[in-house]
Ligand binder design. Structure first.
Ligand SMILES: *[C@@H]1O[C@H](CO)[C@@H](O)[C@H](O)[C@H]1NC(C)=O
Ligand SMILES: *[C@@H]1O[C@H](CO)[C@@H](O)[C@H](O)[C@H]1NC(C)=O
Ligand SMILES: *[C@@H]1O[C@H](CO)[C@@H](O)[C@H](O)[C@H]1NC(C)=O
Length: 271
């Protein structure tokens, strides 16, 4: 057996042993995605810790006044995407788009390399838990570069957060990624990110507070090597969001993500 494969199997076994039973990750509510592998160990999940405000039924006026230009917020109850969620189950996406070619990016800060692969191959062969020893520039991640013509029958069912910023146009990026994967620190314009299935942990810093990170290391490696030693004053804002929740990130805020299990998600970038 090839060493790579053996190492991957060993990791899988270790992660299976360490994975906590997480509420909401039962077979019924996970769209069939958790068969792609176990979640991350409990020490990584630590879902209780949320230092981003969570707001249910926030009005547009409050959003603009308190968050749009100043700080992130987790939004709840703004839209009902249950129809879209049902269409995003593993079985239905494979049935509708299995043969569609998707463009994968490397999971590092400056992702230049792209690989085109049939969606089915990505799901069946690459969508496994992140190998903690591999580098972000060697890890392929499905997020963005979506073909909205080919996938129109899916995206027309998505209701984005109903908040707009003057002078910006919304653009979607859709993705599916394995447990332990994520994009390391980077920044861009403002936007929203909604979890459809799974749990996604976010780490955020304001524009003036550049975090310490290596652009080719995974978020998992940063979380393991750098995060535990951070002084309280150097800690990021953070929160784990789950299906139906939307994180808003303002313009130029640094952010890194860590998928705690196989996650399906969609961002609405405002630019
Ligand atoms: C990934 O990055 C590392 C360190 O930054 C570098 O040594 C390695 O060659 C890169 N791998 C690829 C496939 O480019
Ligand atoms: C990161 O990896 C890319 C290619 O994958 C390489 O060109 C670049 O030099 C690496 N960056 C650093 C800081 O090592
Ligand atoms: C999107 O998919 C359509 C239909 O398969 C194809 O003709 C088109 O070239 C694709 N667009 C891009 C940008 O890949």
């Amino acid at each position: 057996m090839a060493t790579g494969l053996r190492r991957r199997l060993l990791l899988l076994v270790l992660w299976t042993l360490a994975a906590p039973a997480r509420p909401g990750s039962g077979k019924a509510g996970d769209g069939g995605w958790q068969r792609c592998g176990p979640g991350v160990p409990a020490a990584v999940a630590e879902e209780q810790r949320c230092t981003v405000e969570r707001r249910a039924d926030l009005s547009y006026a409050e959003f603009v006044q308190h968050y749009a230009f100043s700080r992130p917020v987790v939004l709840q109850g703004l839209t009902d995407n249950s129809k879209f969620r049902a269409l995003c189950s593993r079985q239905r996406l494979l049935a509708s788009f299995g043969d569609s070619v998707v463009r994968l990016s490397t999971a590092n800060t400056y992702s230049y390399q792209k690989v085109d692969l049939p969606f089915r191959e990505y799901v069946e062969q690459l969508l496994h838990p992140q190998d903690p020893t591999s580098l972000g520039n060697d890890t392929l991640y499905f997020f963005g570069d979506n073909n909205f013509t080919e996938w129109a029958s899916l995206f027309r069912h998505y209701s984005p957060p109903p908040f707009r910023l003057l002078g910006t146009t919304p653009a979607y990026s859709f993705g599916i990624a394995g447990a332990g994967s994520g994009v390391p620190f980077h920044w861009h314009g403002p936007g929203f990110s909604e979890v459809i299935y799974g749990h996604k942990r976010w780490f955020l810093y304001p524009p003036e507070k550049t975090p310490e990170f290596h652009p080719n290391k995974t978020t998992l490696a940063w979380f393991r090597d750098t995060y535990p030693a951070l002084e309280p004053s150097a800690r990021p804002l953070e929160c784990t969001i789950q299906a139906g929740e939307v994180l808003y990130f303002p313009d130029r805020w640094w952010h890194a993500t860590l998928n705690l299990d196989t996650s399906v998600f969609i961002s609405t970038f405002l630019s």
